[in-house]
Design a protein around this ligand. Structure first.
Ligand SMILES: C[S@@+](CC[C@H](N)C(=O)[O-])C[C@H]1O[C@@H](n2cnc3c(N)ncnc32)[C@H](O)[C@@H]1O
Length: 239
């Protein structure tokens, strides 16, 4: 039975009819996580297309969403080792949404978002194939109403999103609006050059703790809001 999400129609395990233009093949991968195995259907020629589009220098965004990147795999592994049962979780720039699928497999209530319709179509399709309950919604960081509508989140996830100078300001403005109190943001990054300045900027409002992963280049940065400053003593309290 075909199912449609965001304009793409995916048919069973061979969703060729839903593969966005420029991508032609469909591949299968599986990832074994502490929460269980996740079988992924994904475009098989995303890297070819990314190179063909010269990494966006032709003015169009390559299908970065269509490739399972090391940061996404490592963030999924990190999430699968954490206790997220019952947590409300948001993923930004989810691509194939492996961290979201791991969180949902671990008992979280998850909204996976991306601005690319193809990403949402494949994320929703893969959730159904794996019997995992997952909500998906379109969210561009320059117009992030769907992410803000659900805030504050217990946990916000994003993997390999710290690479594009043109959207990092929007992302930097968005993150502090998504969590409060004990809420955390976990950013997995493969040492992309813009990440260092981005994270330094985040330290204005959050503490940033960094841990390595099994992949030598991928780290997970955990952001938590600074505690609200204690109120300055009033004149009455001082006297
Ligand atoms: C390198 S891919 C990473 C995909 C996935 N998180 C992973 O690690 O496999 C970057 C993702 O960010 C998404 N993205 C880029 N710019 C965005 C924006 N302005 N708003 C929302 N998503 C965006 C892309 O569509 C893509 O899915």
């Amino acid at each position: 039975m075909p199912s449609a999400t965001s304009g793409f129609t995916l048919y069973g395990d061979v969703p060729d009819a839903g593969v966005p233009s420029g991508l032609t093949g469909v591949g299968h991968s599986s990832v074994d996580l502490p929460t269980g195995r996740i079988e992924l259907v994904h475009p098989s020629d995303a890297l070819d297309q990314i190179y063909a589009q010269n990494f966006g220098k032709d003015g169009t965004e390559p299908p970065y969403w269509a490739q399972p990147w090391p940061s996404g795999i490592e963030l999924a592994e990190t999430v699968a080792r954490a206790d997220v049962a019952g947590a409300r979780v948001l993923e930004l720039g989810c691509g194939l949404a492996l961290p979201s699928l791991a969180a949902a497999q671990g008992g979280a209530r998850v909204l996976a978002t991306d601005h690319a319709p193809g990403a949402l179509a494949f994320a929703a399709h893969n959730a159904r194939r794996n019997g995992i309950r997952l909500e998906v919604a379109q969210c561009d960081w320059s117009d992030p109403w769907s992410a803000i509508a659900g805030a504050p989140w217990d946990l916000v996830l994003a993997a390999d999103v710290l690479y594009g100078h043109d959207f990092l300001d929007a992302l930097a403005g968005l993150l502090p609006r998504l969590v409060c109190g004990t809420g955390e943001i976990w950013l997995a990054d493969q040492g992309r050059p813009p990440a260092r300045d981005f994270l330094a900027g985040c330290e204005r409002w959050a503490t940033v703790g960094t841990t390595g992963t099994a992949h030598p280049e991928v780290s997970v940065h955990r952001l938590r809001r600074h505690a609200a400053p204690a109120g300055r003593p009033t004149a009455t309290q001082r006297s």
